[in-house]
Design a protein around this ligand. Structure first.
Ligand SMILES: *[C@@H]1O[C@H](CO)[C@@H](O)[C@H](O)[C@H]1NC(C)=O
Length: 433
């Protein structure tokens, strides 16, 4: 045990001197990504999980590892360079809350989640893939049915001191722990916040969500309060977390994935608005570093047709939305398309029309809107030799030389089971198993 702690300590000491190049927005082109001065198009995929909400934390990674790392390997073999994967979702397993709903740690096992995320980033580094961790999920139709998650997740959005406790006791330790990895693209604060949006009018333009009324916003909660939230609370939720990330790791890129194009759109039709502009996020949360580095739109057809303003409409390009930052199509699929083009054609459309990347849905290949993995890999392969797709990550993190840094044995449910409390037995049993 002492030896183990010493090994961890030594690797932390080395970590502090490793400076890895990171993906960033190009200095000469505010709508594209660069790595080491060269432009990069984010060609990749959503993981988005192996065990929903249970891939990282409390030693869970030892269960997910084989699948998650095999996905990375296959993406790499087919020429992809990026992946989007979900972390807490709606707080089913992590972070750790106390009885008043404040966050006291990133997980139940002394923040072991950080070691697990590192292990994943080490694998991503080997395969030259940049990772985007999605912290929360606004599109989970079941979250509010579980009393514990409903109380916890709701509290983070509606109570400032609870949000701040998450930032101080979970997010900042994670961000500090991961910031030396060249394979860390950054963080998405929340997937599809509009799933839990209350489309209420407001006299302040940034907070007036009535533009989205009737669009489907609020789809992940069938009751109004307390399971739907005002736009300004969601914007504040994003602003504060983004500000903490940018404070402690200015090189991480921050984004939010919207369920369709309407909330990330400048100067568009009356049912659109850019709710996540720097101006709106700061107006809601007051923290000046809490802005997005890139925009991200998801797009699926409804009743067999894309909306006329969808990024996948053949005549639409990234310039339509008049955004001054890179724009990634963060989710799309062939089964969720209008059926007129192949997945390869959709991937080529994104590549050819000014977007900064595209991530198909999703590697697990299960459930609503998901294509199987193999056509997604073929679609990555179709553009692998185009300019800007090849990514070679720089410095290999010293921490990755022995990436299996401890496995916890925890008796747990792999899928969130409603009404059953998360158990806390965290006993280190072997190293490297
Ligand atoms: C939970 O944590 C918060 C913030 O750290 C603290 O103010 C509160 O007293 C804690 N509650 C309990 C029951 O320990």
């Amino acid at each position: 045990m002492v030896k183990y702690q010493l090994a961890i300590l030594i690797s932390y000491l080395f970590l502090s001197v490793v400076i890895a190049a990171r993906l960033r927005v190009c200095s000469g082109n505010s709508r594209k990504f660069c790595y080491n001065g060269k432009q990069v198009y984010l060609s990749g995929m959503n993981q988005a999980w192996k065990f929903y909400a249970h891939d990282f934390g409390n030693g869970q990674y030892s269960s997910s590892k084989v699948h998650l790392e095999s996905t990375l390997k296959q993406i790499h073999k087919n020429g992809g360079n990026s992946i989007r994967i979900w972390l807490h979702t709606t707080s089913a397993l992590t972070p750790r809350f106390n009885s008043t709903g404040h966050v006291v740690a990133a997980d139940h096992c002394n923040n072991h989640i950080i070691a697990e995320m590192k292990e994943y980033l080490c694998a991503a580094e080997r395969y030259n893939i940049v990772v985007f961790f999605v912290l929360w999920n606004g599109a989970d139709p079941n979250w509010w049915r579980n009393f514990q998650w409903a109380r916890q997740f709701n509290g983070l959005i509606t109570v400032d001191s609870k949000l701040q406790s998450y930032i101080d006791n979970a997010l900042i330790p994670i961000v500090k722990g991961l910031k030396t990895f060249s394979s860390l693209g950054g963080y998405e604060i929340i997937n599809e916040p509009e799933g839990i949006l209350f489309t209420a009018a407001n006299s302040v333009a940034c907070f007036d969500a009535s533009r989205l009324a009737g669009s489907g916003a609020g789809f992940a909660a069938q009751h109004q309060f307390p399971n739907l939230f005002y736009m300004h609370r969601l914007q504040r939720f994003i602003n504060w977390q983004a500000n903490a990330i940018k404070t402690h790791d200015p090189n991480s890129l921050v984004t939010v994935g919207s369920w369709r194009e309407n909330p990330q759109y400048n100067n568009g039709p009356s049912n659109t608005f850019n709710y996540y502009s720097d101006h709106c996020l700061i107006q809601a949360g007051g923290r000046s570093l809490g802005t997005l580095d890139f925009y991200q739109i998801h797009t699926y057809a409804w009743n067999g047709a894309y909306s006329t303003t969808s990024p996948m409409v053949p005549t639409n390009s990234a310039s339509l939305y008049q955004l001054n930052k890179p724009l990634v199509i963060g989710e799309f699929s062939h089964v969720g398309s209008d059926g007129t083009r192949s997945l390869i054609q959709l991937v080529e459309h994104a590549y050819n029309n000014g977007y900064a990347g595209a991530w198909s849905w999703h590697a697990l290949g299960l459930y609503h809107h998901s294509d199987p993995l193999s056509p997604q890999l073929l679609a990555l392969d179709a553009i692998r030799w185009r300019p800007f797709v090849r990514l070679v990550l720089g410095v290999v993190n010293i921490n990755c030389r022995n990436p299996t840094i401890g496995i916890f044995d925890i008796r747990r449910d792999r899928f969130p089971v409603q009404g059953r409390p998360v158990r806390n037995q965290c006993s280190l049993f072997t190293r490297g198993r």
